[in-house]
Each structure stands twice: as structure tokens, then as C-alpha cells.
Design a protein around this ligand. Structure first.
Ligand code: SF4
Ligand code: SF4
Length: 357
């Protein structure tokens, strides 16, 4: 059976208040939040954006969703986990400060912003899933101990997975730093010596002290590397990339297995919202204002994480008139994550687009 994906169009240059009104129509007509009942405890998962980034879903839109949830006389918090790479979102205190600078704070949203400190054992859980790559998933407890999850995602390209949407937000985004490390662990970057100019930007960002410059060329110590991929994204000369030939593609499968760990027992207690606004080449962990690669398209709502991501992928490519994700990240197989999610029973690639106005 086809999964329903609700869609409302957004055009370039529309104001925040116009888009907020459209979002209200989408929430009301899709009934995507109808699973939420009085006195439920709901966790909203989003991404507060790295410092300098402007692609993340704006706090004004998140506030609209929060207001709809609170109308149901429920309790809710909004959350994200700390990052593996070094930035303003690596630890809870700095992450909360940055979220506030980006407009995510209690006085504005009406609910608490919670960033679980995963250095404290009580904030983490290990879930046995016994899948092909992940036997035990290490996730933030908050995302499992609730009455329902609302996953708000910025749909965009992604350095490692081709694109990032609902599945990436839940699979990577609900994992502890240990869980993120496990997902990245077989990413072994290689340096293309003919491209490296020895600028040492990669050395500055490496959290493991794994990179040295020797005779004006970058050198990675694979024994120290933790596979965080920070050096790949920071190199302006495309001199570092994943050694794909060594099978590093498994990050897609591991990410989807982590998504499985979070949502396997949450059937009918999940809602997904994908924002196809300011669609960028890279994800919101990038510390700069990545320009859009495509005009604004709209907002999607669904109960199916696979269908909503496939609908987003198709809409972006249709708008661009070509497979833009392949063009932006030629070595990545963007649909790999979706095919594997279907195999794990997380959703369907078949969807019916229900356009609202
Ligand atoms: S950032 Fe790129 S160009 Fe600069 S030293 Fe590292 S690999 Fe070489
Ligand atoms: S060398 Fe390894 S640990 Fe260092 S930034 Fe690159 S991927 Fe991360």
C-alpha cells in the first residue's frame, strides 16, 4: 500500500509569516500530529544548526509545530544530541548556548530545550537490535523514553550519505557520540597528495590529533583516526575523501539500523516533517551559510520516514530537472539508505503525494 505524504508548496522569497500559515494548514489537514493524546510526553527532534549555518529549520517554524502539540494538553521538549566533530555542538553547555543564539529557547518556544549530556550514563541507553552491522545501538535515552516523537528535518544534500532527511535525522541524530562514532568507524579518509596544498585546516579540526603535515602534505594516522569525517568537509581543495573502495558505504546501513533502534517500538507514535526550504549541498553541521542549490519547494508531512524522504528526493530532482544529488555528491548512492530502510521494514518507497493549498 502507498504511504501518504502531505505536501504544501513554498516559493522563494515568501515571508516567515506566510510560510508559518502554510505550515499550520499542513499540520491541520494532514492530521500528522493526531496520534498525540492528552498528558503524553512528546519529544521533538530537530537540528539547531552549527555556528554560522543558516540552513536549519527556523525556530519560527518549529514554534508553530510546538504550539499545535501543546494544544493537545501534552508535555513536550525539543532536543538534539551532541556531535562527534569539533564545533559549537560538541558538548551540552555550548550546544544549548548556540541553540539559544539560533532562536531555540524556552521563553520563545514555550518548551524546554534539552541536550542530553551523553558523558553521563543515566542519559544513554544501549539497545540490542542484532542487525547486520549494529548489534547494540547506543542512543540518547530521551528519544526512547517518551510517548511519541516528532522529527523535524531540513532536507538537503549530505557529504557522506548523498542527502539527509528524516532517516538521517533520527538514525545519526538520536545516537550518542559513541553511537555516532560506531556509525562512522570504518570511514578511513585518504589524502590525494596531488591536490593537497599543506594548508593544515584539516589538522586544526581533527579531534583525534590524527593528522600531521609532513613536507607540506597532509598525513593521516589511521591508528588514531576515529572516522568523524571533519577533515573531509573542511578541505577546500577536495584533497581528502573517504576510501570508498574499502567499503566505507556501510555508514548508510549503520545509520538506518540506528533509526530502526529508535523507531521499532514506536509504530503510530511518530510524525515526520521535512522542510524543502533553502536546500543546500551540505548538512547543517557545516559552519557556514551554504548557498541553496535549488529554489524552495515546500514542506512535507508523513508518518512514514522512507516515503517522506523519497518524496523529498523526487521533488528536489524534479525541480532541478536532473539528479542534483548525484551531481553534488557523485560518489554517493543517495538512495542506498532508503532501499535498506525498506528491507528493515521502516517504510515504503511507494507514496501518494497529497498536495494541499
Ligand atoms: S585541508 Fe586539504 S589541502 Fe589543507 S592540508 Fe588538509 S588535505 Fe591538504
Ligand atoms: S583524520 Fe579521522 S579523526 Fe581526524 S578529522 Fe579526519 S576523519 Fe576525523
Amino acid at each position: 500500500m502507498k504511504s501518504k505524504v502531505y505536501f504544501i508548496k513554498v516559493k522563494d522569497g515568501e515571508s516567515v509569516s506566510v510560510i508559518s500559515d502554510k505550515l499550520r494548514i499542513l499540520l491541520e489537514e494532514s492530521k500528522v500530529l493526531d496520534f498525540i493524546k492528552k498528558d503524553n510526553f512528546i519529544v521533538i527532534k530537530t537540528h539547531f544548526g552549527e555556528e554560522g549555518n543558516r540552513g536549519f529549520v527556523r525556530a519560527e517554524y518549529v514554534k508553530v509545530i510546538v504550539e499545535e502539540i501543546l494544544k493537545k494538553e501534552t508535555k513536550a521538549v525539543i532536543s538534539d544530541t551532541n556531535t562527534l566533530y569539533r564545533g559549537r555542538r560538541t558538548n551540552t553547555i555550548e550546544h544549548l548556548g548556540l541553540a539559544k543564539e539560533h532562536g531555540f529557547y524556552k521563553e520563545k518556544l514555550g518548551i524546554e530545550v534539552v541536550i542530553p549530556d551523553d558523558t553521563k550514563k543515566e542519559n544513554t541507553l544501549e539497545i540490542e537490535i542484532n542487525k547486520r552491522f549494529v548489534k547494540t545501538a547506543k542512543v540518547a535515552r530521551l528519544f526512547l523514553e517518551n510517548d511519541g516523537l516528532v522529527i523535524i528535518s531540513h532536507f538537503k544534500g549530505h557529504l557522506m550519505t548523498g542527502f539527509g532527511g528524516a532517516l538521517k535525522n533520527i538514525g545519526m541524530g538520536c545516537a550518542t557520540r559513541q553511537g555516532k562514532l560506531a556509525q562512522h568507524s570504518d570511514i578511513s579518509p585518504v589524502v590525494y597528495k596531488n591536490k593537497c596544498v599543506g594548508c593544515a585546516r584539516c589538522v586544526e579540526v581533527c579531534p583525534a590529533g590524527a593528522i600531521r603535515i609532513i613536507e607540506k602534505e597532509s598525513f593521516i594516522d589511521n591508528n588514531k583516526c576515529i572516522g568523524c569525517a571533519s577533515c573531509i568537509s573542511v578541505c577546500s581543495f577536495s584533497a581528502i575523501d573517504v576510501a570508498w573502495e574499502k567499503g566505507a558505504n556501510t555508514i548508510n546501513e549503520k545509520m538506518v539500523e540506528y533509526a530502526f533502534a529508535i523507531i521499532k517500538n514506536k509504530k503510530e507514535r511518530l510524525a515526520f516533517l521535512n522542510f524543502l526550504i533553502k536546500i543546500t549541498k551540505e548538512c547543517d553541521c557545516i559552519a557556514n551559510d551554504d548557498p541553496p542549490v535549488c529554489s524552495d519547494i515546500g514542506i512535507l508531512a508523513s508518518w512514514d520516514p522512507v516515503a517522506i524522504d523519497k518524496a523529498g528526493f523526487d521533488l528536489v530532482n524534479h525541480t532541478c530537472g536532473r539528479n542534483i544529488f548525484k551531481e553534488l555528491h557523485p560518489k554517493r548512492d543517495a538512495l542506498r539508505q532508503l532501499r535498506y530502510a525498506v528491507r528493515l521494514g521502516l517504510g515504503s518507497l511507494d507514496y501518494e503525494l497529497m498536495e494541499l493549498s
